[in-house]
Write a protein that binds this ligand. Structure first.
Ligand code: CA
Ligand code: CA
Ligand code: CA
Ligand code: CA
Length: 335
């Protein structure tokens, strides 16, 4: 056998065993199903509204938050995370709930969603239709496979405004090492880029299992390493999700590998992300240090109950979580 033949066989074997995310490559044809309404309709995209004054804001000292507020609308992108508690057919059948969820989503350019429980796979298409509201908006979504160790499966989704954000590369769920079942629901990883600027970033969303939240949170740096390997040209990695990162499930003041100097916790410990009586910072946005210069310094929890003047019953009918959000510059990226 010639050495050339051996090399060809070796390459073929490597290709057979390669798995996981494929790094961004313009030649890749995406197998993910993204029905693009935007190609068939040409309404003028409506800019996302500015965050309501009812939102609690946090700042980091090196940045002035007022910059974000006074900036041109086209110079930033609004990212949010929302656990829409048991989001499935039952909730999708409640128009008033879907109305509020849609209204919340339209405040942001991209939203990571957790706790989709929907064997029928009809809830996210229905939400997208509602968000787009007769083609006035151009949102689309990508969704993970159904994940979980038990028969109760959950999916993650990213819902994004296609006039502002585009998907690049191939999304994937984190592939755990053999014989090391760390995550109940493996994080969902996807690479995006803003259309009117140069900010590109990888999102990593997770809904941790409450009972094993600490272990799962402490293993998230491994997921970031995996994502860095999959998207080698990227410097900005953003972990966002319902991490259950507080109260009985996680010591938010304690040590964690995710609290190393490589990371900045955008949503700080003082924020209450629960709609019920508990005061817990379960939902988080955590960025790699390379993203600090892309972060405007503006973030917080979106109190949709006060923003939309909802009763307690109407509020908890939507979710037991509030969304959390962070705003990034669309044109200051260097990596
Ligand atoms: Ca697992
Ligand atoms: Ca970047
Ligand atoms: Ca807290
Ligand atoms: Ca960056």
């Amino acid at each position: 056998m010639s050495s050339t033949t051996l090399v060809i066989i070796a390459i073929a074997i490597m290709m057979l065993f390669s798995f996981g995310c494929i790094s961004s490559n313009e030649d890749i044809v995406l197998p993910v199903q993204i029905p693009i309404d935007s190609q068939t309709s040409t309404p003028t995209p409506t800019p996302a509204p500015t965050p309501t004054p009812t939102s609690t804001q946090t700042t980091i000292p090196t940045h002035t938050p007022t910059e974000a507020i006074t900036s041109d609308l086209n110079n930033d992108i609004k990212l949010a995370n929302f656990n829409i508690q048991v989001f499935g057919k039952s909730k999708a059948g409640k128009p008033e709930v879907m109305e509020i969820v849609s209204k919340i989503i339209r405040n942001y350019d991209i939203v990571a969603i957790q706790e989709i429980r929907d064997a029928s796979q009809t809830t996210m298409p229905k939400l997208k239709e509602k968000v787009n509201h007769k083609q006035e908006h151009l949102y689309d979504f990508i969704i993970s496979e159904r994940l979980g160790r038990t028969t109760s499966k959950e999916q993650y989704a990213y819902l994004f405004n296609t006039s502002e954000i585009e998907l690049i590369g191939l999304p994937c769920t984190y592939l755990e090492p053999l014989d090391n079942d760390i995550f109940h629901r493996e994080p969902y990883i996807a690479n995006f880029k803003v259309k009117n600027g140069n900010f590109d970033f990888v999102l990593i969303t997770i809904h941790t299992d409450p009972d094993e939240a600490t272990q799962e949170i402490n293993n998230l740096p491994e997921v970031v390493e995996y994502a860095k390997n999959a998207f080698q040209n990227e410097g900005d990695f953003i972990i966002l999700g319902d991490l259950n990162a507080d109260c009985n499930y996680f010591d938010e003041e304690g040590q964690s590998p995710l609290k190393s100097s490589d990371y900045f916790w955008v949503i700080n410990n003082s924020i209450d992300t629960t709609t019920k009586s508990t005061v817990c910072t379960y939902d988080r946005i955590i960025i790699t240090i390379q993203s600090i210069d892309d972060y405007t310094g503006e973030s917080g929890v979106f109190r949709y109950d006060t923003a939309y003047n909802l009763t307690y019953e109407d509020t908890i009918a939507v979710s037991d979580h509030y969304p959390v959000y962070a705003i990034f510059w669309s044109n200051r990226d260097v990596d």
